[in-house]
Every structure is written in structure tokens, then in C-alpha cells.
Design a protein around this ligand. Structure first.
Ligand code: ADP
Ligand code: MG
Length: 399
């Protein structure tokens, strides 16, 4: 994957205007940002450019204002949080382009940071309108994209702009692309994929893509039930998409054809009600689930066997928990396998990349997110990448 990074920017940056596409969609409560992770992720890029004397202009969307100004979704609300993270002042500019923006940019000194208004206030953003992009680009010299999480959208700020200015990946984008490439683009084999979560229907494309790329496909969570049912197992009252039996069969056939081993649990944790530590809790073989029971986690024997599979692998990509991890003890298999993967990663025998909203929460719950080689917080972009799709915002940087 050939893309330019900040290391490829030649010449003196002093006074140059650099547009930096960032993700500042941070959770808010009572007008204050409650989690600074996203600002922290892009701070190295902003500070590096500013310290080289650039005038840094931050470009981001915030919420879904659907092409119109909306005071409840102004990026001015995160200005203070960005200042806190950067440790320096940020000038808020209530426009994207036009004379007010041009004047404000003129006032900025080399090394200053400006924050432009929510790109989605303008309908041209989501329409990937080249004219909107042009009106922004006239005020700038370079474009840097540091928002992998927005790269699955072909919008003016992620795609059109990259066609108009010399375009580079920021440090956070660079790290994400390198990690993803090491996991599925150009991985060391054998590769294992863990795909869990609630439903097969939300991850069909992921499964279809992975069977041709990985040597071990570990299916857990509610989606394992659909595969078990397709194989004739009675899964009782478990979450199961019986109408997807044929799709599940096709995925298992495709795996066979390409030498990918599909791992389904052979023992499971079941209960009659979805509650913490219910009286009806028990562990059984998959063929012994009663009609009134639900499979809520992978069983202890299968969990150990899956850990042994990981020990034979060099690369792991993980999306989706193995069980209903929010409620104990149905977090057991997820926590155990995550700890095994983390230990192997720490030893240096496994490159482990994980992503997905609930997956990140599960890894944090297991206390091992920091020991994985890379944890993506990108959500939709991460899943589209797992589906093998080309992300427009990435393609625009690699063209
Ligand atoms: P991610 O956000 O990481 O992509 P998903 O949203 O696909 O993951 O799946 C997470 C959800 O799957 C969790 O809410 C979890 O409770 C649920 N889940 C996992 N295993 C089961 C199961 N056996 N039965 C019901 N729900 C499950
Ligand atoms: Mg989820």
C-alpha cells in the first residue's frame, strides 16, 4: 500500500496552510466532552505540523446535521477539549470557506491551529461536491487525512479535497493503515480470524471475505448459533438466524475449498434467562441444549482449544465478542481468549489487530486492549475494511 506520510512533505512548512481532516466526534454530556480519545489520537499530527511552522486548519464533521447549520452540532463545542489536549490555543472559525474563513486564516500565525466549522453543515460535504472542496482548497497548500474512521465515506472532506491538493496520511491514519495491512493485507501466516457478535446478517460480507484469506476462522457469539443450526444442531431458544442456513453452508463450503478451517464451539454455556449468574446456568455439549435454553457463551473446553489454535498462528484479526459479554459470567470465553491473544502478542509470537465497538469494550473489560498489537476504534470503516472493500478516503491517498 503506497501512500505518502508526513515524512514525505518536502520543503519548508513555515506559513503553509495545511488542512487536516480529523475525527472529533467525541461523546458529550451537559455541553462537555466526556472522552478525549479521538482528540488525543490526532494530536501528534497537529502538533508535528504546527511545530514545523504550518498554519494547521482542522476539518471535521460532528453528528448528523444533514446539510444545514445547527447550533447543537457546532464544532465550537469541542474547541475547549481540543485546546486542552493540544495544550495550546485553537481559533474557532465558523465557516469552511469564503471571505470570513480566508480572513481568519490570514490572521493565524505560523504554528497556530484553527478549527473550521462542522463540514456537514454544507450539503456538498456528503455529496462529495468538488465545488465545495475547491472553495476550501483555495485557502490551503496541503491536505492531510488523519481520520481513518471517516475513510469509508466518499465525502468532500475525505475524498474530493484529496484530489485538489497534495495529499498525505497523518500519523494516526498511517498507524492504522500499517496495522491493518499487517493483519490482512500482507500478513504473516498462519492467520486466525475471530468473528463473533450477535448476528450473521450484519457480518456476512466479513465472513465471505475472510474465508479466502485466513487459515483459521473462529466463529463465536450469537452468529455461531446460526452456523450450528445450519449443521443440524438444535440450538433451543438461542439467538439464531435460521433463514441464513444456506448462506452459512455456503461460507463453510467456501472455507473448505480454500483450506480455511472453521472453528465452531463444541461445548457451550447455556441458561434459560438472560440475566447475571442465573440459577439455570450450565455448561453442556452443543448437542445437549434443551428447547428452553439459550447459548450465551462458548464453553470452557472449546475456549482452551481456541487458545491452542492461536498459539499456532502468527497473525490474529478479531471482531465481535464470543458471548454476551456484558453480563457475567457470559464474558468468560471472550476474556480468556483475549488474555491468551494478549499474552502471545506480548511474547512477540502473534500480531493481533482488533476492532468493533463492542469488541473494544470487551478487550477493555478484559484489561488487555493495551497488549494487543493494534486496537482500531474506527467502527464502520474497520468493518468495511474487514469486508475487503476499498475505502474511498484511503484510495484517495494511495492514488
Ligand atoms: P462489534 O460491535 O464488536 O462489531 P457486535 O455488535 O457484532 O460486535 O456484537 C456484540 C453483541 O453480540 C453484544 O451485545 C453481545 O451481547 C452479543 N452477543 C454475543 N454472543 C451472543 C449470544 N450467544 N447470544 C446473544 N447475543 C450475543
Ligand atoms: Mg456492536
Amino acid at each position: 500500500m503506497a501512500f505518502k506520510t508526513l515524512d514525505d512533505i518536502g520543503g519548508d512548512l513555515t506559513g503553509k496552510v495545511v488542512l487536516v481532516r480529523v475525527d472529533l466526534n467525541m461523546p458529550m454530556a451537559d455541553g462537555a466532552v466526556t472522552d478525549l480519545t479521538r482528540a488525543e489520537a490526532v494530536a501528534p499530527t497537529i502538533l508535528e505540523l504546527a511545530d514545523k511552522g504550518a498554519k494547521v486548519l482542522l476539518l471535521a464533521h460532528f453528528g448528523r446535521p444533514k446539510g444545514a447549520r445547527n447550533s447543537t452540532m457546532s464544532l465550537s463545542m469541542v474547541q475547549g477539549a481540543v485546546e486542552e489536549v493540544l495544550g495550546r490555543e485553537v481559533m474557532f472559525i465558523p465557516e469552511l470557506a469564503g471571505p470570513v474563513a480566508a480572513q481568519a486564516i490570514d490572521i493565524l500565525r505560523p504554528g497556530d491551529v484553527g478549527l473550521l466549522e462542522n463540514t456537514r453543515f454544507w450539503p456538498g460535504e456528503e455529496a462529495n461536491d468538488i465545488e465545495l472542496a475547491r472553495s476550501i482548497a483555495v485557502n490551503a497548500d496541503l491536505y492531510v487525512n488523519d481520520a481513518f474512521s471517516a475513510a469509508h465515506r466518499a465525502h468532500a472532506s475525505t475524498h474530493a479535497l484529496a484530489q485538489l491538493l497534495p495529499a498525505y496520511a497523518g500519523r494516526s491514519m498511517e498507524a492504522e493503515l500499517k496495522a491493518l495491512d499487517a493483519a490482512l493485507g500482507n500478513p504473516e501466516k498462519p492467520v486466525a480470524a475471530v468473528v463473533g457478535g450477535a448476528k450473521v446478517s450484519t457480518k456476512l460480507a466479513v465472513l465471505e471475505h475472510l474465508v479466502g484469506r485466513v487459515q483459521h476462522l473462529i466463529i463465536g457469539g450469537g452468529m455461531a448459533n446460526t452456523f450450528l443450526a445450519a449443521r443440524g444442531v438444535d440450538v433451543g431458544k438461542s439467538l439464531c438466524e435460521h433463514d441464513l442456513a444456506a448462506k452459512a453452508e455456503a461460507i463453510m463450503d467456501a472455507a473448505d475449498a480454500s483450506g480455511c478451517i472453521v472453528h465452531l464451539p463444541y461445548d457451550v454455556v447455556v441458561a434459560k434467562e438472560f440475566a447475571a449468574n442465573p440459577a439455570s446456568l450450565r455448561t453442556c455439549n452443543v448437542h445437549e441444549v434443551a428447547a428452553d435454553e439459550m447459548i450465551l457463551d462458548v464453553g470452557p473446553q472449546a475456549t482452551v482449544a481456541l487458545g491452542d489454535v492461536l498459539k499456532t498462528c502468527r497473525t490474529l484479526v478479531w471482531n465481535g465478542p464470543l458471548g454476551a459479554f456484558e453480563i457475567p459470567p457470559f464474558d468468560t470465553a471472550t476474556v480468556a481468549l483475549a488474555r491468551t491473544a494478549a499474552a502471545l502478542s506480548k511474547e512477540g509470537s502473534l500480531v493481533s489487530v482488533a476492532g468493533g465497538g463492542d469488541t473494544v469494550a470487551a478487550l477493555n473489560h478484559a484489561g488487555v486492549a493495551g497488549d494487543f498489537s493494534y486496537v482500531s476504534t474506527a467502527g464502520g470503516a474497520f468493518l468495511e475494511w474487514m469486508e475487503g472493500r476499498e475505502l474511498p478516503g484511503v484510495a484517495a491517498l494511495t492514488a
